[in-house]
Design a protein around this ligand. Structure first.
Ligand code: GZL
Length: 329
C-alpha cells in the first residue's frame, strides 16, 4: 500500500518549490504554457464536482491560472462520482493530452485506469487528494494539504476551548475520501491525550451543507442529542448546515455547542463573525499556480518532488473580522 504520509523526506525537499509557487498564489509568474516542442500545452483535469465552496474556489483557481498561462485546459466535473472521473481520464488518453491532473474523489479503485494512462505515456499529477496504489510510478506527484495535521489542529483547538471536556458530534466527509479518512485519523489521535473528550455521534455528511444539516438534525433527535457539547465537521459547508440545524433546535451554536471545522472558506468567516462558528482550520484550495508550475516542469521533462504540501493556518472567532478582509476565497 502506498498512501502518502506527510513525513516523507520529499516534503522537505519541496520547501523551495512550495514557497516560490505559493508566493505567487495570486499570479506573478510570466505566462508560459508551452511544452518541450514550444506548442501550446494541453492538460486534462478531472475535477471531483462542485459539492462545496472549497471546491468552487479550487476550480476557479485552476481554470483562471490555465487561462493566464495560455494552457489549453480540458476540464471535466464528475459530480462526485468515481466512474465519471475514470471516464474522463480515458477521454484524455484518447485526446492525447500532454499531462493529466485530477483530484481523486476516493482513494481506491484507480490502478486499472492509471495503468492505461501510464501505457499511453501521459504523466499524472494528483491534486487535493491522494490515491492508494501499490505502484507509485502511476503518478508523478501529489499536491495537497496534510489532512492528518488538519484533524490534529481541530482537536487541539477544541481541547483548549473546552478545557479538555467535550461530547462531540462528528460530521465526516465523503466515505473513502483521503480528507475524510485522514481528518478523522488526526482528530482521534490528538483526542487520545484528552480522556474527557469523546465522540458520541459520527456519520458522513458527504462534504455538503444540505447533508450536514440533515445528519445534525438526526443527531439532535438521538438519545445522545441533548449531551452534545461540540461539533467537529470535516469541512465548513457541513458545519454551516449543522449550525442551521442547531439554531432550529434552539441549541445556540457557537455558545452552548462549540463548532470547529476545516477549509477556511468565506462562509466560515462570516459565521465566526456572527458568533455561530468558533474555529476553522484552513485548507488552501488556491493551488492553480502551484499545479501549473508543476505541469510546466513535468512537460519540460524536469523532475518534480513526489509530495508538495500546501501551508495552512487556524482561524478563531476573535480574528475573523480582520482576517476576512484578506481572504481570497
Ligand atoms: C480538501 C478537499 C475537501 C474539502 C471539502 O482538500 O478535498 O473536499 O475540505 C471539499 O470542502 O468538498
Amino acid at each position: 500500500m502506498n498512501r502518502w504520509t506527510n513525513a516523507t523526506a520529499g516534503v522537505l525537499a519541496l520547501g523551495a518549490m512550495v514557497c516560490v509557487s505559493l508566493g505567487v498564489l495570486g499570479g506573478g509568474r510570466q505566462p508560459g504554457g508551452a511544452g518541450q516542442s514550444g506548442r501550446k500545452l494541453v492538460v486534462g483535469f478531472a475535477q471531483i464536482g462542485a459539492e462545496s465552496a472549497w471546491r468552487t474556489a479550487n476550480t476557479e483557481s485552476i481554470k483562471s491560472e490555465a487561462a493566464r498561462r495560455g494552457i489549453e485546459l480540458r476540464f471535466s466535473d464528475a459530480q462526485q462520482k468515481q466512474e465519471n472521473q475514470i471516464r474522463a481520464l480515458r477521454t484524455f488518453i484518447a485526446q492525447g493530452v500532454d499531462v493529466i491532473a485530477f483530484a481523486p474523489v476516493v482513494e481506491t479503485g484507480w490502478e486499472p485506469v492509471l495503468r492505461e494512462v501510464k501505457q499511453a505515456g501521459i504523466p499524472v499529477i494528483l491534486t487535493d487528494r491522494t490515491v492508494d496504489v501499490s505502484d507509485d510510478s502511476l503518478f508523478v506527484t501529489f499536491i495537497g494539504a496534510d489532512f492528518v495535521e488538519e484533524g490534529r489542529r481541530a482537536a487541539r483547538w477544541l481541547a483548549k476551548a473546552t478545557g479538555g471536556k467535550a461530547l462531540i458530534a462528528e460530521l465526516q466527509g465523503t466515505p473513502g475520501a483521503a480528507p475524510a479518512i485522514d481528518r478523522k485519523k488526526g482528530f482521534e489521535e490528538a483526542l487520545r491525550e484528552h480522556p474527557e473528550m469523546r465522540i458520541v455521534k459520527s456519520q458522513s455528511g458527504d462534504f455538503t451543507r444540505a447533508k450536514g444539516k440533515e445528519v445534525m438534525e438526526a443527531f439532535l433527535k438521538s438519545p445522545e442529542g441533548r449531551q452534545i457539547t461540540a461539533v467537529y465537521a470535516h469541512n465548513d459547508d457541513m458545519a454551516l448546515g449543522a449550525i442551521q440545524a442547531l439554531d432550529e433546535a434552539g441549541r445556540n451554536p457557537g455558545k452552548d455547542v462549540l463548532i470547529v471545522s476545516i477549509d477556511g472558506v468565506r462562509g466560515a468567516f462570516e459565521a465566526m463573525i456572527a458568533g455561530k462558528l468558533n474555529c476553522t482550520v484552513e485548507c488552501n484550495p488556491l493551488i492553480g499556480p502551484l499545479l501549473f508550475d508543476t505541469v510546466e516542469a513535468v512537460a519540460a521533462g524536469k523532475t518534480v518532488p513526489r509530495r508538495i504540501v500546501t501551508p495552512e493556518a487556524v482561524f478563531e472567532q476573535a480574528q475573523a473580522a480582520e482576517a476576512i478582509k484578506a481572504r481570497k476565497y
